[in-house]
Design a protein around this ligand. Structure first.
Ligand code: HEM
Length: 420
């Protein structure tokens, strides 16, 4: 078994691991955001990397999957990691798996996202996609991120959580401000991710908003209160579940929708295939999640010694998992860099694995499949309006900032949707 190695040795290290260390710092640099994958490939080729004596970086699929399923590797929480240098961000896990808090919140989340509620959501999402496309038709030009991707998840989350639709734009701005908090800057450089002040204000405002009784917001609480009693603990749990769903579900879904439309623009034959058979949209979404995962990395904290495929990780270590690198692992995919939505690929980990696996997956897929279907059917002659699409600087939640599309037409909302 490869043993844990001292940081002092590694700091002076030359060769592949030394190169991988500098590449990891480059990942933080916004200039690689439009295409971070060659950098991730080189980090993965160097193998597991000890960043310092208490931080290890895994980037192969095998290692990442093993850590996500290991009970000794828990989601980082305030106070679980060594003091001093900034620890890893807490991520969007609601609590440590196995704890009563995690169980209670997952049950509440499961009620919000119950299958019958999702079925009822489908006509709402489809109607909204058509409204949004109708809204840009006169302009003849579409900015995918602002016109399509942003309004949808915010409206859907408001509907699921009983929040008034008029608050959707405000909630999407709060989620956007909060998203850099998931970036690994504190862990790797000790620096606060960009936008610290605005983020802290947004956090307080969101907590205050969600802490208000639903009726005073003009919405309704869709969650049955556990035990039937309307007490402060159920209100606090409801607020925590709302916050988890907004933080975890908003930017990620926005990024999936934008990346999906980008993939269709880059591959007109795939767009034609979706136009001919809308069922194909599901496979396209699956391949976009692999090649352009909205969550590029995750963190864990070792609460006991563990063996990750032969690498010994002592208790107290922080683990950084580069999902975006793992999804292009040539030991799992034959031509990992090729976009091939043929439905035969190995399963990816874009929604996580193990006890924290994403409960919002069906919602994200429902939104993304509706957009890709309608984009392929309605937006005729779609083409890039400007040269290169631009990306937000965020590292963990990577996504487009703007994607302008010119089109010959925006079609007819009367076109039939595939059967529900
Ligand atoms: C494309 C969209 C999405 C992606 C890529 C995504 C990805 C993920 C990933 C990777 C995790 C695991 C985090 C970890 O292991 O530390 C996660 C957890 C979570 N996601 Fe999603 N997610 C998406 C959409 C959503 C939506 C729409 C919702 C809610 C409606 C949601 C709610 C959650 C929650 C509450 C957790 C925490 C689960 C737990 O800790 O047990 N996600 N998501």
């Amino acid at each position: 078994m490869e043993s844990h190695r001292s940081a002092s040795l590694l700091f002076g290290e030359k060769g592949r691991q030394g190169e991988a260390r500098s590449l990891l710092l480059r990942v933080l640099d916004g200039s690689v955001r439009s295409d971070p994958y060659p950098v991730f490939d080189r980090i993965r080729e160097a193998g597991p990397l000890w960043w310092d004596e208490s931080t290890v970086v895994f980037s192969s699929y095998r290692h990442c999957a093993a850590v996500l399923r290991a009970p000794e590797a828990v989601v980082p929480r305030a106070g679980t990691c060594p003091a001093g240098r900034g620890g890893p961000p807490a991520g969007f896990a609601v609590a440590v798996a196995g704890s009563a808090e995690h169980g209670a919140l997952r049950r509440l989340v499961a009620r919000v996202l119950a299958p019958e509620r999702l079925r009822a959501l489908l006509p709402f999402v489809r109607g909204l996609v058509d409204d949004l496309l109708d809204g840009v038709a006169a302009r003849g030009r579409l900015e995918v991120v602002t016109d399509l991707a942003y309004p949808l998840p915010a409206a859907v989350l408001c509907r699921l959580l009983g929040l008034p639709q008029r608050d959707a734009p405000w909630l999407h701005r709060q989620a956007l401000l909060l998203s850099p908090a998931l970036d690994p800057h504190p862990l790797l450089t000790g620096a606060d991710p960009p936008g610290g002040e605005a983020r802290r204000r947004a956090e307080q405002e969101l907590d205050a908003y969600l802490g208000e009784p639903a009726r005073s917001r003009g919405g309704e609480d869709p969650l049955p209160v556990p035990g039937g009693a309307d007490g402060p603990s159920s209100a606090a749990r409801f607020a925590a579940a709302c916050r988890a769903l907004l933080v975890a579900g908003h930017e990620t879904s926005v990024d999936l929708v934008s990346a999906g439309v980008l993939a269709l623009l880059r591959a007109p034959h795939v767009r034609d295939a979706v136009r001919r058979d809308a069922r194909y949209a599901g496979q396209v979404v699956q391949e976009v999640l692999r090649l352009d995962p909205p969550v590029q990395l995750l963190h864990r904290h070792a609460v006991a010694d563990l063996d990750v495929c032969g690498t010994r990780v002592p208790a107290g270590t922080t683990l950084l998992l580069l999902l975006a690198a793992a999804h292009r692992d040539p030991r799992v995919w034959d031509s990992p860099e090729v976009f091939s939505p043929d439905g035969t690929g190995a399963p990816h980990a874009a929604f996580g694995l193990g006890p924290h696996a994403c409960p919002g997956e069906p919602v994200a897929r429902l939104i993304a499949e509706a957009v890709l279907t309608r984009f392929a059917q309605r937006v005729t002659g779609a083409r890039f309006a400007t040269g290169t699409p631009s990306y937000r600087p965020n590292v963990t939640l990577r996504g487009l900032r703007a994607l302008w599309v010119d089109a010959d037409g925006f079609g007819d909302r009367g076109l039939p949707w595939p059967p529900e």
